[in-house]
Design a protein. Structure first.
Length: 318
């Protein structure tokens, strides 16, 4: 596997294959500077530890962030920002948004702040300063421990959404956390399966572009988007294990469903009981908003074809 950006490349794989790649690159471009075990790539510090675990952090990048200081910040909170302050806001927000490579816990706040730039107020600038200070106070580090997967591999996404009815329309935000792990997170009876080491494959927080009129709609669309992302992630991980599946095999899986028990087991975790009941009902019943029927039927089809093995409701109430 290789990731490239301008003049920097990050490579992982079997030692012989990596050595061959380095040899060919040096033959084409001359002597390369190679860093192993610990290096910084695109602002992310990578380090392999003696126990085999790998950590990713952006501590150096984060500590270089500087909150906005401007005379206008003494104005009332609802005062519109000037063009000069708007320019500072966009610059800092872009820098803060880049921390989402490792600071997934701040993603929903950053997405909310990105909506404010077209009608920026002093309050929005101060909120961005607060987010910046919070990230600097306690930056998170991602740790990837060896999973030692022997048999079944699992891919789970936790999907959630938030809905806010505004004066003229409804605004909805969705999030998804995609985890790779070697054993189930929950037992058959629904109780936690102890401490399970996981790899964060992807974390996302985005606005829902489709109009939402209820929390049910937001949660349903979030689950559909999470499933839509989960399927190609599963294919990618499966191809890393067993090689390319090929276009015909992928077409067969999409049309007829998965039949290979050796493939990765996938789960979608949701916390909306009403959505879960719609998906698990033995007889389909259209939701109150009939325009959402297609989303419900599509998710049921994905489960019937085993493209998603399990759709699970988890209680997140305090």
């Amino acid at each position: 596997m290789l990731a490239k950006r301008v003049y920097d490349s990050k490579v992982t794989g079997e030692p012989d294959e990596v050595a061959l790649l380095m040899k060919e690159l040096e033959h084409a471009f001359g002597k390369l500077t190679v860093s192993k075990e610990e290096f910084t790539n695109c602002g992310v510090h990578h380090k392999r530890h003696p126990d085999g675990s790998i950590t990713l952090d952006q501590n150096e990048y984060i500590q270089a962030l500087i909150p906005i200081k401007h005379p206008e910040l003494s104005n009332p909170l609802d005062t519109p920002a000037s063009e000069a302050l708007l320019s500072l806001y966009r610059s800092l927000l872009g820098a803060v948004a880049y921390t989402q490579l490792t600071q997934h816990q701040m993603a929903c706040y950053i997405v909310a702040l990105q909506r404010c730039s077209h009608k920026l107020t002093i309050e929005d600038v101060k909120k961005l300063n607060v987010v910046t200070k919070k990230i600097k106070e306690a930056p998170a580090t991602l740790t990837f421990k060896p999973l030692n997967i022997k048999d079944q591999e699992h891919l789970t996404v936790f999907s959630d959404a938030g809905f806010k009815k505004e004066e003229l329309d409804g605004y909805a935000l969705r999030g998804g956390l995609y985890l790779r792990h070697g054993r189930p997170l929950y037992k058959i009876d629904g109780t936690p399966n102890g401490n399970v080491d996981c790899h964060v494959i992807l974390a996302e927080s985005r606005s829902i572009k489709t109009v939402c009129r209820s929390t049910y709609a937001a949660e349903l669309m979030s689950a559909a988007s999470a499933t839509d992302t989960l399927i190609p992630l599963c294919v990618t991980l499966q191809e890393l294990r067993s090689g390319p599946l090929g276009a015909e095999r992928l077409k067969e899986i999409r049309n007829l469903g998965r039949t290979d028990d050796g493939m990765i087991r996938t789960r979608v975790m949701i916390d909306a009981k009403s959505v879960f009941e719609s998906l698990e009902a033995s007889v389909f019943k259209p939701p109150a908003e009939h325009s959402l029927s297609g989303h419900v039927l599509w998710l049921r089809e994905m489960q019937d074809k085993a493209l998603v093995n399990d759709i699970v409701w988890t209680d997140t109430r305090d």
